[in-house]
Design a protein around this ligand. Sequence first.
Ligand SMILES: *[C@@H]1O[C@H](CO)[C@@H](O)[C@H](O)[C@H]1NC(C)=O
Ligand SMILES: *[C@@H]1O[C@H](CO)[C@@H](O)[C@H](O)[C@H]1NC(C)=O
Ligand SMILES: *[C@@H]1O[C@H](CO)[C@@H](O)[C@H](O)[C@H]1NC(C)=O
Ligand SMILES: *[C@@H]1O[C@H](CO)[C@@H](O)[C@H](O)[C@H]1NC(C)=O
Ligand SMILES: *[C@@H]1O[C@H](CO)[C@@H](O)[C@H](O)[C@H]1NC(C)=O
Ligand SMILES: *[C@@H]1O[C@H](CO)[C@@H](O)[C@H](O)[C@H]1NC(C)=O
Ligand SMILES: *[C@@H]1O[C@H](CO)[C@@H](O)[C@H](O)[C@H]1NC(C)=O
Ligand SMILES: *[C@@H]1O[C@H](CO)[C@@H](O)[C@H](O)[C@H]1NC(C)=O
Ligand SMILES: *[C@@H]1O[C@H](CO)[C@@H](O)[C@H](O)[C@H]1NC(C)=O
Ligand SMILES: *[C@@H]1O[C@H](CO)[C@@H](O)[C@H](O)[C@H]1NC(C)=O
Ligand SMILES: *[C@@H]1O[C@H](CO)[C@@H](O)[C@H](O)[C@H]1NC(C)=O
Ligand SMILES: *[C@@H]1O[C@H](CO)[C@@H](O)[C@H](O)[C@H]1NC(C)=O
Ligand SMILES: [Cu+2]
Length: 805
Amino acid sequence: MKLTIPSTVGLVSTSLLLGSLIGNVLAHPSPDPKANWVRKARGRKNFSRDPYAHTGATACVDSNATKITAPYKNVWDELDDTEAAAVVQWLFRQPELNLTVSDQAGNWDNAILLVELMRPNKTDVLNYIDHKGAAPPVYAHVVIDHRASVEPYYGDLLVGPLPVKNGTTKWEPLEYPYTRKTQGHVRNLDADDTLQQSWLYNLSASISDITLDLWNGTALGLDNDTLDIWGIDPLWQDDGRIVRWDTWWNYPVDEFDAETLLPLGLFVKSDVTGRDPSKWKLEGWLYNDIFYETTKEFRKAYFSPGFIKLGANVEGDWARTDQQGPVLPMDKNYPPLAVAPTGARYSVDVARKYVEWMDFSFYVGFSRDTGVSLYDIRYKGQRVLYELGLQEALAHYAGNDPVQSGTSYLDSYYGFGPYAFELLKGYDCPSYATYLNTSFYISETTHTHLNSLCLFEFDADFSMQRHSTSSYVSSTKNIYFTLRSVSTVGNYDYMFSYSFYMDGSISVEVRASGYIQSAYYANNGDYGYHIHDSLSGSMHDHVLNFKADFDILGLDNTIELVNVVPVSKSYPWSGGKTRNTMMLERSIVESENDSRFNFAANAATQVKVINMDQRNKYGEYRGYRILPSTGVSHLTVEESSNLVNAARWAGYDIQVTKQHDTEPRSAHAYNSQDVSNPPVNFDEFFNGENLTQTDLVLWLNLGMHHVPHTGDLPNTVFTTAHSGIQFFPTNYLLGDPSRETVSMVRINYDNGTVTEVDTFGQKDNSCAVDFTPAEIDLWSYHGDVVVRKFPYDPNDPYYETDSIV
Ligand SMILES: *[C@@H]1O[C@H](CO)[C@@H](O)[C@H](O)[C@H]1NC(C)=O
Ligand SMILES: *[C@@H]1O[C@H](CO)[C@@H](O)[C@H](O)[C@H]1NC(C)=O
Ligand SMILES: *[C@@H]1O[C@H](CO)[C@@H](O)[C@H](O)[C@H]1NC(C)=O
Ligand SMILES: *[C@@H]1O[C@H](CO)[C@@H](O)[C@H](O)[C@H]1NC(C)=O
Ligand SMILES: *[C@@H]1O[C@H](CO)[C@@H](O)[C@H](O)[C@H]1NC(C)=O
Ligand SMILES: *[C@@H]1O[C@H](CO)[C@@H](O)[C@H](O)[C@H]1NC(C)=O
Ligand SMILES: *[C@@H]1O[C@H](CO)[C@@H](O)[C@H](O)[C@H]1NC(C)=O
Ligand SMILES: *[C@@H]1O[C@H](CO)[C@@H](O)[C@H](O)[C@H]1NC(C)=O
Ligand SMILES: *[C@@H]1O[C@H](CO)[C@@H](O)[C@H](O)[C@H]1NC(C)=O
Ligand SMILES: *[C@@H]1O[C@H](CO)[C@@H](O)[C@H](O)[C@H]1NC(C)=O
Ligand SMILES: *[C@@H]1O[C@H](CO)[C@@H](O)[C@H](O)[C@H]1NC(C)=O
Ligand SMILES: *[C@@H]1O[C@H](CO)[C@@H](O)[C@H](O)[C@H]1NC(C)=O
Ligand SMILES: [Cu+2]
């Protein structure tokens, strides 16, 4: 997430047909030196597909999920190739859009940035799925990069209905999902990104004697540059000016993506307002906490006696992720691994991205901005959530230097979809998992991330129930089901896991790994730990907003808060004395005036989504409770100078609104482009509406206050960088539904002897475990597949994987 211009790496472009290309990558060696480097380092293993052939035993593993047909079509999925191609061709026929093909578009041409499914309104979908009405009409969401003007802007369009028909298909500015009504226009601060890059190289050139003296390198935009220059995101947008702060970074000397660990400590400020570079202004230099207003002043100081030159951050093994150090005892032996001896115990409609596991079912949607979302999540046939998915992810930094202080990435600008890379079998997900593809649109092509979603069951490392007595012991396995994806947005890798449990609960977990964005260590002790030679682990808050549109036994729901409170109270039986004790205090969240709050200290408040018209037979409201499971946090910074109104969702743990088709998402990919007046200002969702027994949406923040320490080098680890939340049925059923599973046992014993073993009909499978999946063919990793849309060329796909760095 650190650069605005995606660069192309790992390019494999051939004109072979896809069918013959897949599984055949070895026969067509990649021209990418990176791939060759990896290939040299590791020999190919020889796989024997059926290692048990000689034993006569049947291998256990059959990884295929049962094929089913979803009850209705997936109205949240991606557009298919032909639909997207038809929309692109239609757009090029609209003269008023004045489009240029992306590959040929310069800074002053209009181009198509995005063509994807417009998520239909909930109202229309419910008419289809709950009331057997017609499927909602299909529309495309299109984003045009309008650069052929002095005021460049991103234009959101609604195009449809689809399929495209001359005469009936129309475009209109997309406005209804946004709080700001400006014809779907958002100003574009990046229209001149290549010129701004040139501007930065020119600034760097003006002091190249200094960069050579300090770091033996230059950042001039030449192939032999050993330095890079980039800076804040979003740009400062004060007083009508657009101001950048940038800094120099050492390039890694090899393939490792360690640049964000190599800041060099010199900062430059420039005013880049407007599209005419001759009006851009250098506004000063900062080195070792001293600000110089002009280059002349900086140069004079630099070449004066006594000028203090600080050290550089240079790549070394400390920044490389390969194995290093002595091998740990027995570590070369293959570690334990799970197998699915009778194959998948879930069913998938691959075409419709619909999944059933035990008593749960859901549909999967995928979008450019936010990646994977789940829809119509049902438990025991009843919808629990209409929608569950990421809205936006913020990484808000701070520091004594202007680049860290000015950095507040809103990652949907880059998109979670384009960077949801192919998962690594046996590492990101168990080898026996089911993998699904996802796709996203870019530059008149559709990129497919092969195997970028995984579905699997897993046996947790603890049982979910047990009890011992003097005559029996009982225990139940904790088998759960997970949908996972990983998006690598620049330096960081976000892992998203949605899990379902036998007790009826659902969890969302986010983990982070990859390279931290670090800071230069000079006078920075209040903003991070000193973690390497001249390096600070720059403090930052991660806040990830999720939408959880609950529908508990219908649309009409209420938030109930149940507090545990200390009290002093006398009772008829307390002999006139007061007893210090505690009790429950129940209340409901009545309106949007008091629906933005945090989880209480000491976990004193249970937050529940209930249906007050649905009491169980004991009179208690049926509902689902919301519980942070592995630490959640909201943004520490108040009234952020960087973000102003662009991330108003970040300030609380929980926020509840009444559902509106006009408020589908808490953020917009281009909120960073106009932070004072962004397309979606989440504050405006709160207008005092009554929240009792109505359709509610919960906006939940996962996150962590990340203060990187030496253990974040070379990479942050998923084990500690995580945040999670659980939803679990509370007075929803009359007992614990996990009693239904047969993955349990009761053993009776008497006087040292077992008298009965009851496994409740669970099959006792005996078969030879096929070890092949553990040694899954790592050479079958492909990267993305691309299909050109304009001209539409469906039979000539090629491999190309774009990452931000
Ligand atoms: C791989 O193993 C098979 C079966 O053992 C053998 O026939 C084949 O020659 C081996 N291939 C290589 C490249 O070693
Ligand atoms: C599983 O799916 C693969 C790929 O579609 C297919 O080749 C294989 O025959 C299937 N296996 C079974 C047991 O159905
Ligand atoms: C259309 O775009 C081109 C650049 O691609 C520009 O020169 C021209 O002025 C634009 N036409 C209109 C009518 O805006
Ligand atoms: C969705 O609902 C909004 C608000 O009612 C409406 O303006 C809009 O046209 C609807 N969108 C579609 C695609 O029907
Ligand atoms: C629409 O009209 C254009 C020419 O004006 C033609 O090329 C195209 O095939 C037509 N598309 C459809 C779907 O009829
Ligand atoms: C950078 O310098 C070159 C050479 O002097 C000049 O042509 C170019 O316009 C400059 N770029 C900017 C954005 O000022
Ligand atoms: C400076 O960089 C050049 C080329 O990048 C390299 O050949 C030289 O060894 C470097 N000098 C030092 C002192 O590191
Ligand atoms: C880098 O390349 C440029 C242009 O090819 C050349 O003038 C310069 O000397 C090179 N610098 C180094 C350090 O090799
Ligand atoms: C993923 O895409 C590849 C290439 O188009 C195709 O062969 C494969 O069947 C797809 N997988 C699924 C699960 O749809
Ligand atoms: C919310 O607050 C506003 C302003 O104080 C008030 O007018 C409105 O009645 C309140 N709404 C509810 C449902 O209490
Ligand atoms: C909200 O609506 C409920 C039911 O209509 C009503 O009893 C309650 O007084 C309302 N609350 C507020 C704050 O207006
Ligand atoms: C328990 O079993 C032992 C022999 O295994 C026997 O001697 C003893 O009497 C038994 N005790 C009871 C209470 O049945
Ligand atoms: Cu972090």
